[in-house]
Design a protein around this ligand. Structure first.
Ligand code: AMP
Length: 274
C-alpha cells in the first residue's frame, strides 16, 4: 500500500489509474470502515482511502483534540483489506490557509436531527469531502449508512453540483449485541459499554412496532426517549422519517428511524431502515 501525505504525491500516483473507488475516513479504523474498503475493492481497479481528522466538522466544544488517532494500526488494517493507496495529509496540507470557501448544504437538510444539535457540522463535512473529491477524483465513493444524514447530504451535494461520482452506501456494521461500531465507542466505560446497545434496541422496537402496523409515530418516538432517559441517557432525538430527505413521513414513504443520545460524556448515533 502506498501512503501519500501530499496532494501532489497522490495526484502523481493516480495519474494513470483506471476506475478509482474512494473511502474517506477520520481513522481509528474498525470493522465498519473495513467493510467499506472491501466493498470498494469489488467496485474498482484502485482503492483509495483517506485518513484526516477534519477540524471544520467539529464544534468548538466537541472532541477534535481527543479524537483517537491510531495511524500505525490503521495502516495495517488497510493493507489487510487490500487498499492500494492511503491519502493521509496533515492539517497544513489540507488547510494551508484558513478554509474560507465553504459548501453550504440545503438548509432543510442541515437544520434537522444531527444538524440541529451540531450547527456547522454538515457544512464542514461537505467542504472537506468536496475538497477530497477534487484531490482524489474518484469514480465511486463509499459512505456508511451509520451516518445516514451525512450520506443524504453528500448524495445531494454530488447530484446538485453534478460531480461525476457514484455514491455507494455501506450497511452499518454492529457488534454482536447490536451496538453500531464507532470510533467514539472507545470513550465508553465498561458500564456504559454494557448499557450502550439500548439505543439500538429502542430503534429495533420501533421498527418492529411499525412493521406490525403501528402508525402513531409520535408515541413511538416519545416512548423511546422516555425509556432511554429512564436509564440515564440524555436523548437528543428519536425520529421516524422518510428515507429520501429525512423530513416528516407521509403515506407509504420508505422510512428510517434515527436516534442520537448522550451516555455519560459520549454521544452515540444510530439508525435503522424500516
Ligand atoms: P468516520 O471515520 O467516522 O468519518 O467514518 C468514515 C466512514 O465510515 C463514513 O462513511 C461512516 O459512515 C462509515 N462508518 C462509520 N461507522 C460505520 C459502521 N459501524 N458501519 C458502516 N460504516 C461505518
Amino acid at each position: 500500500m502506498q501512503i501519500h501525505p501530499t496532494i501532489a504525491g497522490l495526484r502523481a500516483a493516480l495519474a494513470d489509474a483506471g476506475r478509482v473507488a474512494f473511502v474517506p475516513t477520520m481513522g481509528n479504523l474498525h470493522d465498519g470502515h473495513i467493510a467499506l474498503m472491501r466493498q470498494a475493492r469489488s467496485q474498482a481497479d484502485v482503492v483509495v482511502a483517506s485518513i484526516f481528522v477534519n477540524r471544520l466538522q467539529f464544534g468548538p466544544k466537541e472532541d477534535f483534540d481527543k479524537y483517537p488517532r491510531t495511524f500505525e494500526n490503521d495502516c495495517a488494517r488497510l493493507r489487510d483489506a487490500g487498499v492500494d493507496i492511503l491519502f493521509a495529509p496533515d492539517e497544513q496540507e489540507m488547510y494551508p490557509t484558513p478554509q474560507r470557501y465553504h459548501v453550504e448544504p440545503d438548509t432543510a437538510h442541515i437544520t434537522i436531527l444531527e444538524g440541529a444539535v451540531r450547527p456547522g457540522h454538515f457544512g464542514g463535512v461537505a467542504t472537506v469531502v468536496l475538497k477530497l473529491f477534487n484531490i482524489v477524483q474518484p469514480d465511486v465513493a463509499l459512505f456508511g449508512k451509520k451516518d445516514y444524514q451525512q450520506l443524504m447530504v453528500l448524495r445531494n451535494m454530488v447530484r446538485e453540483l453534478a460531480l461525476p461520482i457514484e455514491v455507494i452506501p455501506g450497511e452499518t456494521i454492529r457488534a454482536g449485541d447490536g451496538l453500531a461500531l464507532s470510533s467514539r465507542n472507545g470513550y465508553l466505560s465498561a458500564a456504559e459499554r454494557a448499557e450502550a446497545p439500548r439505543l439500538y434496541r429502542q430503534l429495533e422496537r420501533i421498527r418492529s412496532r411499525i412493521v406490525a402496523g403501528e402508525r402513531d409515530f409520535l408515541r413511538l418516538e416519545t416512548e423511546a426517549v422516555a425509556e432511554l432517559a429512564a436509564h440515564g441517557w440524555q436523548p437528543d432525538y428519536i425520529a421516524i422519517r422518510r428515507r429520501a430527505d429525512l423530513q416528516a413521513a407521509a403515506g407509504s414513504d420508505p422510512l428510517v428511524v434515527l436516534g442520537a443520545a448522550r451516555l455519560g460524556s459520549t454521544r452515540l448515533i444510530d439508525n435503522l431502515e424500516i
